[in-house]
Design a protein around this ligand. Structure first.
Ligand code: NAD
Ligand code: UDP
Ligand code: UDP
Length: 312
């Protein structure tokens, strides 16, 4: 049956891919965004679709609309961006969650929260299973994001226990792909843009810290799969367990772009997590989901996107 699906943060990197996917699945999509880090450019190709509607709105404020499902993605995800207005970041996560949960409660709509591997902080357990409670500095530079997202998870589970709201919570690990913002400071977009321009690659620290990168199409499959099943509410890790060091990532991007850029070391940002890798047994069992796209293939698509963007 055709549903009306609200996507908050729908003009962002992940949100725009999700809107596209939901439209392709035959849903009516209501995209809500305040364009803090997102852009109309990401959804311009959807604006003429009669099943797509855009509202400029800040989720910190109440929103009264008629919808059947909610994907709550509104929140800057790049450390540079979420730290540029830390109070705004916490407000978005916490007040945004309250408002969207209030909406879900009123409409009896299922609501999915885009949570994050950052709830594990700088993890002491490796790889990270959903049962790990995390290791987060509550007063550090990343806290506005980490604690905001942790509080949002608390709200989701309390709305579920107290008001029986139908929740889904996924913890997203580093995701990349076309429509990453070219200068939002995240590592994949930074390195690709630097490599294509022949500029120095900004390696923070010695580059031995690790991340596990998931291609956006795989993430969207996991996200929609989580929303569209009736038994598992989460939290559930969605990410690619293929772990690599940031130095290896830089070297792979240099090779794939055939770039002569040099690696230049910069100070490691404060509280930068040392290692990160999802344990995904739960997603495999409960959703039958696992990532399909290799890092090289995904980077190939992403590099092609940035090549085109930079040539304009
Ligand atoms: P993004 O910055 O590209 O997208 C976020 C979107 O939310 C933007 O369009 C922005 O304008 C919008 N937004 C921000 N504050 C808002 C507000 N107060 N009201 C309305 N809209 C607002 O980031 P992304 O990578 O697409 O991330 C989307 C979601 O996924 C975020 O919630 C993020 O925390 C989560 N996530 C992303 C990753 C990742 O690696 N990309 C990892 C973990 C979690
Ligand atoms: N809310 C909203 N849209 C709705 C319903 C509620 O934005 O359709 C907001 C409402 O403004 C409130 C928040 O969600 O601030 C939480 O709503 P809830 O019903 O849980 O609590 P209460 O109204 O008692 O604060
Ligand atoms: N990083 C880097 N150079 C950059 C941007 C990021 O070396 O230009 C590192 C950063 O220190 C971190 C990793 O790459 O260890 C991932 O950073 P990002 O900001 O993409 O996401 P995070 O996982 O830290 O939220």
């Amino acid at each position: 049956m055709k549903s009306t699906v609200l996507v908050t943060g729908g003009a962002g990197f992940i949100g725009s891919h999700l809107c596209e996917r939901l439209l392709a699945d035959g849903q009516d999509v209501l995209c809500v965004d305040n364009f803090y880090t997102g852009s109309k450019d990401n959804i311009r190709h959807l604006l003429d679709n009669p099943c797509f509607e855009l509202i400029r709105h800040d989720v910190v404020l109440p929103l009264y609309v008629e919808v059947d499902q909610i994907y709550n993605l509104a929140c800057a995800a790049s450390p540079v961006q979420y730290q540029s207005d830390p109070v705004g970041t916490t407000k978005t996560s916490v007040m945004g969650a309250i408002n969207m949960l209030g909406l879900a409660r009123r409409k009896r709509a299922r609501i999915l929260q885009a949570s994050t591997s950052e709830v594990y902080g700088d993890p002491l357990q490796h790889p990270q299973p959903e049962t790990y409670w995390g290791h987060v500095n509550p007063i550090g530079a990343r806290a506005c994001y980490d604690e905001g997202k942790r509080c949002a998870e608390t709200l989701f589970f309390d709305y579920h226990r107290q008001w029986n709201v139908d929740i889904r919570v996924i913890r997203i690990f580093n995701t990349y792909g076309p429509r990453l913002h070219r200068n939002d400071g995240r590592v994949v977009s930074n390195f690709i843009v630097q490599a294509l321009r022949g500029e120095p690659i900004t390696l923070f620290g010695d580059g031995q810290q690790t991340r596990s990168f998931c291609y956006v199409d795989d993430l969207i499959d996991g996200m929609v799969g989580m929303m569209d099943q009736d038994t598992e509410i989460g939290p559930i890790n969605i990410g690619n367990p293929a772990e690599c060091t940031i130095r290896e990532l830089a070297e792979t991007i240099l090779r794939l772009t055939d770039s002569k850029s040099e690696l230049v070391q910069h100070p490691l940002p404060i509280d930068d997590p040392v290692r990160r890798k999802p344990q995904i047994d739960k997603a495999e069992t409960a959703l039958g989901w696992s990532p399909k796209v290799t890092l090289e293939d995904g980077l190939g698509e992403t590099i092609a996107y940035f090549r085109h963007l930079l040539s304009k």
